[in-house]
Design a binder for this molecule. Structure first.
Ligand code: ADP
Length: 473
């Protein structure tokens, strides 16, 4: 009995440490807006990098023609061909080729890496054009999604700051990645122009805006998390003298690195951070994204197992970092069988913890719930923080027959594009996030804010931006 008490004690302490009452969420909203200001005021002014993308115009739905995209962001790269019919619903078709990057090229020279990519691109173009019988009249236009840290110098050029995710092509660091690709394309004799260089969130925003021009921000919840949004040029103080034709620019927040003392942090988060290859970085991401949620749960189960005997002897598997992936905690969390058989199966198969009683299985479900609920609610606060920064959170008052401070204006319809496996596949995460946005905004404002799921912004969005930045348009 005392042992059971201790197990419950671990859960209660977790629950308290992860608490996200509405007041605290509001503090996170405010902190996000404040940090956004600071990051826009000066380089290094905030943990939020607030990178200028130099993308000032988003697709409108009127784009026409055939465009290409190249998406390089991890172990695979993809090439796409998108045909646009000039009406927003009409992405006539897109074709796709996906290939793994050979291991040896991830640590070779830029010439070898980009020659390989350009060769694949050329083969794809030839195959597609043969198949469709199309002969290219004008120069082909390509959108390049490159999901590594880049300092943009224009919407079609930018220098690699550093490699991540296992790449280390040293001679690339500091160089213009679009130019490296363009040169390789030319070496292969392919007539194609790199029209835009973007990161994946910007592609999501482009795709969202293509379908719905009220889209002002895009957020990704996948293995990692990031967000971008449309900012007024005159609010970008560090870009002094920025001239844009539209008066706005997309800002890539790199919000995974957001931090605030208002975030509810537990000892599990601190341990996870210390054990990570990038301690003190990506603090928001480590509480929210798919890469980490499973590992937070693993750490809590380990503690529970050590402090009580409800799991039997401590399984050595509980000491293995990242052994419990987020899709597994989703499966346990959403197990609706009466005896929680899925929970039992995962505990047994993945963690080698057999014969767990129903009551203890319920504790495990509750751990998943606490960790995921906190993640989703903090993510919601982050989104409302963006809306607050751009005056779309309704805090300036909305006209629904009421006036506030004498001023009366209509709350504009506001769309946020969302993408990523954590949001689309994990129902509880999605529901908690949507619910929290409603709670923070309140019932007068919430109906004006719409969350829209997009799919494959990093591919299709890049092709759409190539179209809207096309030299032939
Ligand atoms: P990316 O790895 O580029 O972010 P996705 O947007 O597809 O790709 O996100 C994949 C991530 O989403 C996985 O790493 C995982 O953390 C999370 N995920 C995928 N499926 C599920 C699921 N069923 N339940 C919970 N999380 C999931």
């Amino acid at each position: 009995r005392r042992r059971w008490r201790r197990a419950v004690g671990v859960l209660e302490e977790l629950d308290e440490g992860c608490a996200t009452p509405i007041g605290r969420l509001r503090q996170v909203v405010d902190a996000m807006a404040v940090e956004m200001h600071a990051g826009l005021a000066s380089e290094g002014g905030s943990k939020l990098k607030m990178l200028l993308t130099h993308v000032c115009n988003l697709p409108t739905g009127k784009e026409k023609g055939t465009y290409y995209a190249l998406d390089l962001g991890g172990t695979n790269f993809r090439v796409l061909r998108v045909q646009l019919g000039g009406q927003r619903s009409a992405i006539i078709g897109h074709d796709l080729d996906r290939q793994p990057i050979p291991q040896n090229l991830m640590t070779s020279t830029s010439e070898e890496l980009f020659d390989f990519i350009a060769t694949s691109l050329k083969n794809f173009v030839e195959k597609e054009e043969n198949f469709s019988g199309a002969s290219q009249q004008e120069r082909r236009e390509l959108g390049f999604t490159f999901s590594f840290p880049v300092k943009q110098t224009s919407s079609s050029s930018g220098n690699l700051i550093q490699w991540t995710k296992g790449f280390s092509v040293e001679d690339m660091v500091g160089r213009d990645v679009a130019e490296c690709l363009q040169q390789a394309i030319s070496r292969k004799g392919l007539d194609m122009r790199v029209a835009v260089l973007i990161n994946d969130t910007v592609g999501t925003l482009a795709l969202g805006h293509f379908h719905d021009e009220d889209t002002v921000a895009a957020v990704i919840f996948g293995t990692g998390t990031n967000a971008c949004y449309l900012e007024r040029a005159d609010a970008i103080i560090k870009g002094q003298g920025l001239v844009t034709t539209s008066g706005g620019m997309v800002v890539n927040m790199e919000w995974g690195n957001f931090w605030s003392s208002h975030l509810p942090r537990t000892s599990y988060d601190m341990d996870l951070d210390v054990d990570s290859p990038n301690p003190n970085d990506q603090g928001f991401e480590k509480m929210i994204s798919g890469m980490y949620l499973g590992d937070i749960v693993r750490r809590v189960i380990l503690r529970m197992s050590q402090d009580s005997d409800v799991f039997g002897p401590v399984s050595s598997k509980l000491h293995v970092p990242f052994i419990l992936r987020t899709p597994l905690i989703a499966a346990m969390h959403e197990d609706d069988s009466a005896n929680l058989s899925e929970v039992a199966r995962i505990l047994n198969n993945t963690l080698e913890i057999p014969n767990v009683t129903l009551n203890v299985r319920k504790l495990v479900v509750k751990i998943c719930d606490v960790v995921t609920r906190r993640a989703a609610r903090l993510a919601a606060a982050g989104i409302v923080g963006i809306l607050k920064k751009i005056g779309r959170d309704g805090s300036g008052g909305i006209a629904s027959g009421k006036t506030k401070g004498g001023s009366q204006y209509k709350m504009r319809r506001t769309v946020v594009a969302i993408e990523g496996g954590l949001y689309t596949n994990y129902r509880m995460f999605r529901e908690y996030l949507n619910e929290a946005i409603g709670q923070i905004l309140g019932e007068d404002v919430a109906p004006h804010v719409i969350i829209k799921v997009t799919e494959d912004g990093s591919g299709i969005g890049a092709a759409l931006l190539a179209a809207s930045h096309s030299s032939t348009l």
